[in-house]
Design a protein around this ligand. Structure first.
Ligand code: C2E
Ligand code: MG
Ligand code: MG
Ligand code: MG
Length: 272
């Protein structure tokens, strides 16, 4: 009896593996087709200067415009793209689209593009970046590349050389989701960056006392290092108030503007 049960379980397990494998292959094929068929879109979310109330940049956020399932968020397909070797191609599509779109905007603000560690694997990123700038005509100072600490886990020469090339080509380098990794402070002195974005996990707890102290410490450190600070995930007026009172200059979040397919506005409705 126990043996039978064991066999049943093995069968179930095999079927589970098969289904998992099958759906992975289906998803992979679907995503490859989406890239080919131009179903990859980019939304833009404003980053605001709290001092002037101006929108100073916009973050490019990938979307999959699926013919039947509608607009699919990156959390549902970036993982697949990374696992099945499609991330380099997907990232290039987003980069090219963002550079091209930014050229059509009436105000020459910066556009930020997220970079996955997989896009540094082949060593071709500097070339892909140069081509995207060249093809669009976007001045490199108007491009920001956002990297998370995952990118910096591989601190080999190849990775560091490619990161250097981003800045030597004139684009900005920004540390994204700052504070969520294991050794954020280490990276600050090992890689030259232009800005840091403090993760929404911290912002959402403002103005709680302990978090407020950590925020102030990071902002002070950034000021001393001559790098700018962006508060991510600002949703509440009370958070905005705290940021203003504590001299945090730049912010991004639903309160100030949601990601949208249209060009970012020039002014922020909430602040107007
Ligand atoms: P991220 O780079 O930290 O981007 C910010 C994410 O937070 C976006 O989610 C944005 O819509 C969301 N967000 C902004 N303000 C608020 C807020 O006030 N409240 C809340 N709850 N959320 C807010 P999205 O577009 O779903 O992207 C999620 C993540 O997927 C991004 O996090 C980024 O890591 C990744 N991602 C998006 N596009 C790309 C891409 O083109 N390439 C790569 N490699 N990763 C991307
Ligand atoms: Mg980002
Ligand atoms: Mg972020
Ligand atoms: Mg984040």
């Amino acid at each position: 009896k126990a043996k039978e049960q064991g066999k049943g379980k093995a069968c179930l397990f095999e079927r589970w593996i098969e289904e998992e494998h099958h759906s992975l292959i289906t998803r992979e094929a679907e995503l490859a087709e989406a890239i080919r068929k131009d179903q990859i879109g980019v939304h833009y979310q404003p980053i605001v200067d709290l001092k002037s109330h101006r929108i100073v940049s916009a973050e490019a956020l990938v979307r999959w415009n699926h013919p039947t399932r509608g607009c699919i968020p990156p959390s549902e397909f970036i993982g697949t793209a990374e696992r099945c070797g499609l991330m380099e191609e997907l990232g290039e599509v987003v980069l090219r689209t963002a550079c091209r779109d930014a050229m059509t905007w009436t105000t020459p603000i910066q556009v930020n593009v997220n970079l996955s560690p997989r896009q540094l694997r082949s060593g071709r990123f500097p070339e892909i970046l140069a081509q995207a700038l060249e093809a669009s005509g976007l001045p490199s100072e108007r491009l920001g590349i956002e990297i998370t600490e995952n990118v910096l886990l591989d601190q080999d020469d190849k990775t560091l050389r490619q990161l250097d090339s981003i800045r030597s080509q004139g684009a900005k380098l920004i540390l994204d989701d700052f504070g969520t990794g294991y050794s954020s402070l280490t990276y600050l002195h090992e890689v030259e960056v232009d800005g840091i974005k403090i993760d929404a996990a911290f912002t959402s707890k403002l103005p709680e006392k302990k978090v407020a102290m950590i925020y102030r410490m990071i902002a002070r450190l950034a000021l001393d290092l001559n790098i700018y600070v962006v508060a991510e995930g600002v949703e509440e007026p009370s958070q905005m108030e705290w940021l203003n009172q504590n001299g945090i200059r730049f912010a991004q979040g639903y309160l100030l503007g949601r990601p949208a397919p249209s060009p970012p506005a020039t002014r922020v409705e909430y602040l107007a």
